[in-house]
Every structure is written in C-alpha cells, then in structure tokens.
Design a protein. Structure first.
Length: 652
C-alpha cells in the first residue's frame, strides 16, 4: 500500500465530521431552547421592573390625590387654615410622605405655597452631561414642566417619570378640591421626589438584573408599546432583546411623559445563565468525545510509527540541520516509496539552491550600493559587503540585530510606521534618515525596500537597497540656509521672517494665545556710513545683531529685514512682557560701541511694538501696526512705543 493510501484511511476526517455534526445539532436544538428560556427570564424582569415603578408611582399619586382632594387643602387655598403648612408640609411630614417637594398652584398657575427639601446637588443622579447649577433653577424648571403638562394634558392629571436638567424626577399632580370632589377646583398640587443614588440602589436591589438609568436618545420606531394601566405610568416602549455577548442580554424601557416626549431610559442587563450552562455541558461532551477519538487515533499512530512517522521525523531533523554552516549536507532516506522519492527531490533542490546562493552572493558583493534583508520583526538576516563598508560594521555585528540600532528614537519610530504601512498596502517604500556609523558619526542614507514573500505567497520580511546621500543632504541644507539667512549678520532674513510670522500667527490662533512683534530701527545709522564708511557700518550691524541674539531667549526669532531694520517675534507674550524685552533691548543697544579706533555712542534704537490679537489679526496688519509704533518712537528716539491707533490718528 502506498503512503497516500495509508494516510487516507486514517479516520481523522470522520472524527471531525462526527464532532462537527454533534456541535451543530447541539447549537440548533439545545442551546436555542436555553436561549429562549433566558429571554423569557429577561422579559420577566422587565415586567417586574415595570410593575415596581407602576406601584411606586401609584402610591405617590394616591398620596398627592389625598392631599389635593382634602377639605383642609381646599380651606387653605381659600385663605383659611393658617397652620396648614406647619402641620402638613414640614420637613418630617415630607420625609414620611417620601416627597422632596410639594407646590400649591392657584388657578392662574401661580405658586400659592411650596416646600422644598431636595438632596444636595452632589447626591443627585444626573443623566447626561448637563448638571443642575443650583436648586433654584431646578425648582423653576420643575414648575414650568408641571404647568406645561397640566395645560396640554387631559383633565385627569397623572403621575409620571420626567427628567429635569438631567435629573430623573417622580412627578405627581392633582386638582385641589374638597374631600367629596363636589366643589370646583381652586388650583393644582404638584409633588414628587428626585431619584438619587440611594433610591436607584433600592430599585436595583429589587430587580434580578443590572439596572442603569440613561438619558433618552430619540423616540424609537421599532420598539413595542406597552399599555398604560389607568392613572399609573405614562406610555412605555420596550426594545427588542439585544445580545451583548455570549454571557449577557439586554432590554431597554423608554418612559415618555403625558405629552409623548421621551423622558427616561432604563437599561436591563441580565446574564444568560442557562445558555452558559448548556454551552459548558456541550463542551464537556465534545471534550470527552474528542478524547475517545484521540485515543483511537493514538492507536493508529502507534501502528504507523514504524513505517511512516519515524522516517518523517528523521527527514525533518536532517532538513532542520541544513544551513549556512553545513553546506553539501543531504537527506539520508533512500527508500523506494513516496518518502524516498521526496528525499531524492529535496536533495536535488538543495544542490540547485546552493548554486543559486553562491551566484547571488557574488552579485550582491559586487554592487556598490548596500543590500539588506529583514525578517517581519525588523531583525537583519543578510547584508552585503558594501553596506558593511558604508556603516563601518562587520557582518557579524549587524546580523541577528534589529535595524533600528543604527537609528535615533524618532527615526526608528518613523521607520517602523513606514514598514507597517508597506506591509499593509503591499507597495514599495522609500526611507531617508541619518544613520549612526560604528565610529559614532552620522551619515545620511536613503533606502528603498520591498516586501518578501515565501513560496506560498505569505509575507516573510523585507529586502532593500541603501545609498549614501550625505553629500546631497549637506548641499541642500547649505542652499536652504543661504535662502533664509542674512549673509552679513547671520540672522534670519526677510523671507524667514515672513514665513515664521505666518506660522507663529497660525499657532497663536489655534491655541488662542498671544504674539508680540517688535520693529526696531537704528537712529542716526546713516551718519555712521557717511562719517566712517560702509565697512564700519557693517561691523556695527554685526555687533547690533550679536547683542540682539544675546538679549533673546530664542535667538532664532531675530531677523534683519535690510539696512538698519530688525524685527523680533515673541510668542505667548503679553504687553508687559513685550515692554520688558524692549527695555532690555534699549539698555543693551544703547551702550556705546568700540569698533577698532572708532568710538560710536550716538546710535540708539527706536522700537515699535504690535500685539496679536489686540492690534491686528493678520501678518500685514501686525507689521503695519509695529511700523507705525516704531515711527512714533523715532520722534524722540531711543524709546519703545506700543501701537495706539486712536492716539496716532489724533496726533496726525
């Protein structure tokens, strides 16, 4: 019998089919039944919660009706019974009635009498992001809601759950009449209490499920409407059952007021205990069945060990031992069955592979660019001679080490992100960064890498080419520095100032911060050029630039616009900070200068200050404001002026 036939008769597929069928049937028959029972238990808890709330609300409504339809209340609304409030609305009476507030309204819906004993604001249960600011605003909103419900509702006032400023409230209302109800009402009684944390816990303790009170999220269209029992709860919608996971199920109850507006959402979450017990029972059954099947499979394995598995294990060990350190090693199996033929084909493949590797190594060592291969985690698997020469490392120092050992932390993070993007998109990518050579110096290199896949098309790593671009990067940096640097003073030039000012304004706008612009001009600088020559003037400008840099916390925020005009940017600066800096600059630049044999003590600065957002919102406006303030300062010289549009216009 051939190896193919021997393996075919193993009963593994049959065992898998039997276990799979048992699993599917158990899911369809047993677990479905358990799931229906769990659903029925959840429905029972939802009904129990509805009944609890209904009974609670009816109790409060009966109490309010008892107060409203009472001769003493009727007499009190007529102006008699002066001890009514002290006898029936004191703090102890409210506590015994479980009311936090009680309000008597006359026929014009004006407050005739009221008593409020609400919990402290931190103790209130708040649904949503809005919290009550104080008890007074909470009281006003409750009264407004009660009046609105009364005006738009039926003559038969109801008790209901409402939500005021995010706080759930049990509200009950009754017309104020005599005990027989034979006299015309003299007003409306509104009473109720707040559902705080303690009352919510009491409600939770009476339900065999996890209860959460939530703010409503609109009025659903596919929920079932539960009938309202008489004068009890207002309309209640119940959601379809929702399975959160294999262990929990959930239903939602939405309470609306008498106007049909959603007020309160109750979330009931209950475990699927019967379903879980069924799963465990099925798992134990399948486990025992699998154990029996594996035992039978073990017996077959022992029978095939001698003529199949032993030879396969030996071939595996020999294949695993073949590597770069063991060239020309081959498989020893020479049988005449399929395994022997497989060993012969593997030996011929190893010979072709060795020839190909020798040829590839010669090609890679001959090219001038660096070559590398990485595994999926970034460990270096192969390098060529040129890459070792570029970085100064030997092949042993690079192989089996991570690629980011030659990068700084920021570039290493960027490289990992780029490798991840390339792996996910399947496209080649280019990466350029400074690499650390073995001698500690930095060199700029560019690498272009691609994905490596194995024979089955699965991702197995990266390969790439490394090129030295240090000279190119240095030349680009030199050109960039020349474009943004004043050649005489080394400060930023007009182009750098324009870009930095724009970026600083955008940053200040995003962060709602401040920005100060100082515009500086040298008084009597032309006299220096006329008396001592332009060389002395250039030397003076260099000294002035050096003093400006020393006076600033950020020297790169000083710019020379041309001639004797300078600007300074000060971020996150108030008017006081800008004036302090200006005073420091006046002191620093007002000190006489000794340039060779020339003693110059007559050149002084004039500084104009403009502030964002006080004076302007855009770069052009800020520059004009600072320039105007600078010209105001030059009237007396050697001083600093903050831009004042009204004062300047009046003087002109």
């Amino acid at each position: 019998m051939t190896l193919r036939k021997r393996l075919f008769w193993l009963f593994g597929p049959l065992l898998v089919l039997v276990l799979s069928s048992a699993f599917v049937l158990s899911q369809q028959l047993i677990l479905t039944r358990f799931d229906r029972q769990d659903s029925a238990l959840l429905d029972t808890e939802a009904k129990r919660l509805r009944n609890l709330l209904d009974d609670n609300l009816k109790r409060n409504l009966d109490l309010v009706n008892g107060y409203g339809e009472w001769d003493d209340s009727y007499e009190f609304m007529q102006g008699g019974n002066p001890d009514f409030i002290r006898s029936n609305m004191d703090t102890e009476a409210m506590r015994l009635s479980n009311f936090d507030f009680m309000v008597f309204l006359d026929m014009q819906d004006q407050v005739y009498a009221e008593q409020w004993v609400p919990p402290d604001l931190p103790e209130l249960l708040v649904l949503g992001d809005r919290r009550p600011e104080n008890h007074l605003s909470l009281r006003d909103d409750i009264l407004n809601l009660g009046k609105r419900l009364k005006q738009n509702g039926s003559s038969n006032l109801k008790g209901q759950f409402v939500r005021v400023q995010g706080v759930p409230v049990v509200l009950a209302m009754s017309a104020i009449s005599n005990s027989e109800g034979s006299l015309a009402p003299l007003g409306t009684l509104i009473a109720g209490y707040f559902i705080d944390g303690e009352r919510a816990e009491q409600l939770q303790s009476r339900v065999n499920a996890v209860l959460r009170l939530l703010p409503p999220d609109g009025m659903p269209t596919d929920w079932q409407l539960l009938p309202a029992p008489g004068n009890g709860l207002n309309p209640v919608h119940i959601s379809p059952r929702r399975l959160l996971d294999s262990e929990h199920q959930q239903r939602l109850l939405l309470f609306s007021n008498s106007l049909g507006e959603p007020e309160l959402l109750l979330e009931l979450t209950k475990d699927r205990r019967l379903y879980q017990d069924g799963r465990q029972t099925i798992a134990i059954f399948l486990l025992l069945s699998s154990a029996i099947g594996l035992l039978a499979w073990l017996l077959i394995y022992l029978g095939l060990e001698h003529w199949i598995l032993y030879r396969v294990s030996r071939m595996h060990r020999e294949m695993a031992a073949i590597g770069p350190d063991s060239p020309h090693q081959r498989l020893s199996d020479s049988g005449r069955d399929e395994l022997g033929q497989l060993a012969g084909e593997a030996n011929r493949m190893l010979e072709r592979l060795e020839q190909s590797e020798v040829r590839d190594r010669q090609i890679l060592d001959a090219i001038q660019d660096g070559y590398f291969e990485l595994d999926p985690t970034g460990v270096i698997l192969a390098v060529n001679r040129a890459l070792c020469q570029m970085l100064g490392y030997s092949a042993e120092e690079l192989l089996q080490h991570r690629f980011d050992n030659v990068l700084n932390a920021e570039d290493s993070q960027r490289a990992r992100q780029l490798f991840t993007q390339a792996r996910d998109s399947g496209e080649n990518a280019t990466f350029a960064a400074p690499f650390c050579r073995r001698d500690g110096s930095l060199g700029y290199y560019e690498t272009r890498f691609s994905l490596v896949h194995d024979s089955q098309g699965r991702f197995s790593g990266f390969r790439g080419i490394l090129r030295d671009i240090s000279a190119q990067v240095a030349y680009q940096n030199q050109l960039l520095d020349m474009a943004y640097r004043d050649p005489l003073t080394g400060l930023g030039n007009r182009k750098a100032f324009a870009e930095h000012l724009k970026n600083a304004l955008e940053q200040a706008q995003r962060q709602q911060g401040q920005l100060a612009l100082l515009y500086l001009d040298l008084d009597r600088f032309k006299e220096v050029n006329d008396r001592f020559g332009h060389d002395t003037g250039d030397a003076l400008l260099q000294k002035i630039a050096e003093r400006l840099r020393n006076a600033m916390r950020q020297p790169d925020r000083v710019y020379r616009l041309g001639g004797d005009e300078f600007t300074l940017l000060l971020q996150d600066a108030s008017r006081e900070m800008a004036l302090k800096l200006a005073e420091r600059l006046l002191t620093a630049l007002g000190t006489p200068l000794q340039l060779g044999a020339q003693h110059i003590d007559f050149v002084t600065p004039s500084i104009g200050i403009a502030l964002y957002p006080e004076h302007a919102q855009d770069p052009e406006g800020l520059i004009k404001s600072a320039d105007s303030a600078m010209y105001e300062a030059k009237r007396e010289r050697n001083r600093a002026c903050v831009y004042q549009p009204e004062a300047l216009s009046s003087e002109s």
